[in-house]
Design a protein around this ligand. Structure first.
Ligand SMILES: Cc1cc2nc3c(=O)[nH]c(=O)nc-3n(C[C@H](O)[C@H](O)[C@H](O)COP(=O)(O)OP(=O)(O)OC[C@H]3O[C@@H](n4cnc5c(N)ncnc54)[C@H](O)[C@@H]3O)c2cc1C
Ligand code: SF4
Ligand code: SF4
Length: 449
């Protein structure tokens, strides 16, 4: 079986030096830059774009790296049009400065030119401080917290359940949007700060977080994300050709194209859901050679949670959007292979708690769609049983850890939490923000503000 080349490589290229400088040249050099206020992680685009504009490339790189150790990942993955670039429009630009692209350029340029994060180029090597911290989870929140603490001289160990670090960046986001080689380079910058990352080391036994404290760590940061996919209720789950978005995307990231691909290549498939993850799955299915990819969503186009540019890209690539249709079950052959999805048509009724109009099933409207494969991309929740891993920490009824976004403190002394496990599914840049916030709180807690 052959696969299109771009299944494994980032398709959109970053700016080169000339383009980046030309783009920075359009900046109005606003006072008190609105773009900087629009960045959740406080990466400070106003400052790095000003430096680039005046030819201070090293200074611009330093600003990004000082403020956001995952500045490259954010440059590629941030939905900048609804964050920093939206504020740039509000500042009076018809076309906002392409902040994400400039940020990505600066980080790629730093790698090309052999820029070192330590030894004077970004950070001075700090004096060692007392305090040993355990970070649980090597996703963006955990890595950002660990980097921040290491920069200040604290000893940090990151415990990661999976064989490699990166969290969703490594096992979720498809490689055609964010490739492993890019992540690897950014991780080298984190490790260069002295962060120790222990992979295949889950902290997942009863009371495991409290045991870290009892075993000599002075503080614990829980950044375990959401790793349990929501499933379509009341349906069979053991069908050949039926995947969760987690299994589907992780298999592709692991290179298991053949295992997954045989259900998709040359065949019709469906993706259930209307968010960014559903779009990622649909576009991945196209790249596996699916003949027809149907995106099934129970509300209308404008209510889909995916970003506008993602929806446009999926449409442009040929994904068929089937809207106002709710999947209600699967049809299988005698060998347990998926053959079709049962759906009902919906109409929009009154508003729900999120303010969106609720889909209401239309009686007698059931129909079936023939498919050989389906991917459920209808959200993620905390791993089953995860509250047992940290019994002294208060969680809400959905299992999310209760922690204040302003300080990432939990109900348990010495245990902090951030990222998706406190917010629900969110963004890389907000996980980075939480990592920085938690590091500040942990340093205060350790008496080293
Ligand atoms: C398919 C997909 C595409 C996305 N695309 C984008 C995008 O384009 N832009 C964007 O901004 N956001 C995107 N997101 C969202 C973004 O990736 C998340 O908000 C972000 O990764 C959350 O970071 P985190 O550190 O909280 O958690 P995660 O990234 O989930 O990392 C948590 C880590 O903890 C580890 N872990 C879990 N349990 C344990 C345990 N018991 N012991 C040790 N380790 C453990 C996990 O293995 C994982 O490595 C996407 C999400 C998905 C699923
Ligand atoms: S980190 Fe993201 S939101 Fe912040 S300035 Fe960079 S691209 Fe914009
Ligand atoms: S808001 Fe836009 S124009 Fe103003 S400083 Fe930021 S990037 Fe430049």
């Amino acid at each position: 079986m052959t696969f299109p080349k771009n299944l494994g490589g980032m398709e959109e290229r970053g700016f080169g030096l000339d383009l980046a400088i030309a783009e920075a040249g359009r900046c109005l050099l606003c006072e008190d830059p609105p773009c900087s206020k629009g960045c959740p992680a406080r990466t400070d685009p106003g400052a790095f774009i000003r430096k680039l504009r005046f030819g201070n490339i090293t200074g611009a790189i330093r600003t990004v790296k000082e403020n956001n150790i995952l500045g490259g990942a954010c440059g590629v993955l941030c939905p900048a049009a609804s964050l920093c670039e939206r504020e740039c429009c509000a500042a009076g630009m018809d076309r906002p400065i392409r902040i994400g692209k400039i940020q990505r350029f600066l980080i790629e340029h730093s790698w090309k030119t052999g820029f070192k994060v330590f030894d004077g180029e970004v950070f001075e090597r700090p004096a060692a401080r007392r305090g040993k911290v355990a970070v649980v989870g090597a996703g963006p929140a955990g890595l950002s917290c660990a980097a921040e603490l290491a920069k200040h001289g604290h000893r940090v160990t990151v415990f990661e359940a999976r064989p490699e670090p990166g969290g969703v960046l490594r096992y979720g986001v498809p490689a055609f949007r964010f490739e492993a080689a890019f992540l690897k380079k950014e991780l080298e910058d984190v490790k260069a700060l002295g962060v120790e990352v222990k992979c295949s080391s889950p902290v997942a036994k009863k009371g495991a977080a409290e045991r870290l404290l009892a075993g000599g760590y002075d503080a614990v940061f829980l950044a375990i994300g959401l790793w349990s996919p929501r499933r379509l209720t009341g349906t069979r789950r053991d069908l050949k050709g039926l995947f969760t978005s987690l299994d589907f995307l992780a298999a592709l990231r692991e290179g298991d194209h053949r295992l997954v691909g045989r259900f998709f290549k040359g065949k019709a498939c469906a993706v259930l859901g209307g968010g960014s993850v559903a779009i990622d799955c649909a576009r991945s299915a196209l790249r596996l050679g699916s003949r027809d990819v149907y995106l099934l969503y129970r509300r209308s186009f404008s209510q889909m949670p995916a970003e506008e540019d993602e929806k446009a890209e999926a449409l442009r690539e040929g994904v068929h959007f089937i809207l106002l249709s709710q999947p209600v079950g699967y049809v299988a052959d005698s060998k347990g292979g998926l053959t079709a999805i049962r759906l009902v048509r919906t109409r929009l009724g009154g508003s729900d708690s999120s303010g969106r109009r609720k889909p209401v099933a239309i009686e007698g409207s059931e129909w079936t769609l023939d498919v050989s494969a389906a991917v459920e991309a209808i959200g993620y929740k905390p791993a089953d049983g995860s509250p047992d891993w940290y019994p002294s920490v208060a969680v809400d009824k959905g299992g999310l850890i209760r922690a204040d976004e302003d300080d990432c403190r939990t109900s348990a002394r010495g245990i902090f939490a951030g990222g998706d496990i406190i917010r629900g599914s969110d963004l890389v840049v907000r996980a980075v923000q939480d990592g920085k916030t938690a590091a500040r709180s942990i340093m205060e807690y350790l008496g080293n503000p």
